[in-house]
Design a protein around this ligand. Structure first.
Ligand code: B16
Ligand code: MG
Length: 216
C-alpha cells in the first residue's frame, strides 16, 4: 500500500506570507528590517529556530525570558492572520488531488513543522482528508531530520519506502530522502533539485502521474 504525506505551508496553503508579516512586525518593533528574501530561510524551519535566525539578522542578544516573550508575541500576531483564513487560500488543484487519493483509498498524512497545523486545516476545511497529523507538537527533531515523516509513516501503517512526500522546502526534501521515501518538490526546481520529482505547483501534477508513481 502507498501512503501520501503532505507538508502544510507552501504545499497546501501559502501561510509563509503570514509568517512573514508576523516576523516583520517583530523585527520592526526590535528596530530592524526583515525582507521577503530573508523569509525564504524560514520555510520549513521551526518557530524557535526562526527566532534565533531573526535575532542574528538584527544582531540582537536576548535572555531566555525575552526570547520566550517574542516567540509568544510572534505567534499571537500569526494567529490573528490565520484566524481569517478560509477555503479560498488552498493552493490550486490540492483539493482535486486529495479527493482522488481519498476515493482511491490511499492513507494520507500531514507532516508539518507547524504547531498551528490542525487549526489551519480546520479553517480551510481540509481536516477530514487526513488520517494522520504529525506536526510541530509531536516532533522533537526538525527537518532535515526525518522524524516527522517516519512518525507519519508509522501511524499510517505504511513502510517508508512506500511513502510519497510533497514538500516545498529543501530541508523537507532532504528529510524525505533520508527517510527512504519518494520526494516530490513543489516550487523552485533549482532549490529543490534533490527531489525525486519536481513541479512548480499541483496544477502540473496529473492523476495519471500519481497512478503511474503508485504502480511503479
Ligand atoms: P508555527 P511547514 C513551517 O510549516 C513553516 O514553513 C515555517 O516557516 C514555520 O516557522 C514552521 O512551520 C513553524 O510554524 O510557528 O506555526 O509552529 O512548511 O513545515 O508546514
Ligand atoms: Mg513547507
Amino acid at each position: 500500500m502507498t501512503g501520501f504525506i503532505f507538508d502544510l505551508d507552501g504545499v497546501i496553503v501559502d501561510t509563509a506570507k503570514y509568517h512573514f508579516l508576523a516576523w516583520k512586525k517583530l523585527a520592526n518593533e526590535l528596530g530592524f528590517e526583515f525582507t521577503e528574501e530573508q523569509n525564504e530561510l524560514f520555510k520549513g524551519v521551526s518557530r524557535k529556530r526562526c527566532l534565533e535566525i531573526l535575532l542574528d539578522i538584527g544582531n540582537i542578544k536576548s535572555n531566555q525570558e525575552q526570547f520566550d516573550t517574542w516567540m509568544v508575541q510572534k505567534n499571537l500576531d500569526y494567529l490573528e492572520y490565520i484566524e481569517k483564513m478560509n477555503e479560498s487560500e488552498i493552493l490550486p488543484n490540492v483539493p482535486k488531488i486529495l479527493k482522488y487519493l481519498k476515493e482511491e483509498g490511499f492513507p494520507i498524512a500531514l507532516g508539518s513543522a507547524s504547531k498551528n497545523a490542525r487549526p489551519i486545516l480546520e479553517k480551510v476545511k481540509l481536516l477530514p482528508y487526513f488520517d494522520v497529523i504529525v506536526d510541530g507538537n509531536s516532533v522533537t527533531k526538525a527537518k532535515p531530520n526525518p522524524e516527522v515523516f517516519l512518525i507519519a509513516a508509522e501511524q499510517l501503517g505504511v513502510v517508508p519506502e512506500n511513502c510519497i512526500v510533497f514538500e516545498d522546502a529543501l530541508a523537507g526534501i532532504e528529510a524525505a530522502n533520508i527517510a527512504g521515501m519518494t520526494s516530490i518538490g513543489i516550487g523552485d526546481e533549482k532549490t529543490l533539485s534533490k527531489a525525486d520529482f519536481n513541479f512548480n505547483d499541483f496544477t502540473e501534477i496529473s492523476l495519471e502521474f500519481i497512478e503511474k508513481l503508485v504502480n511503479s
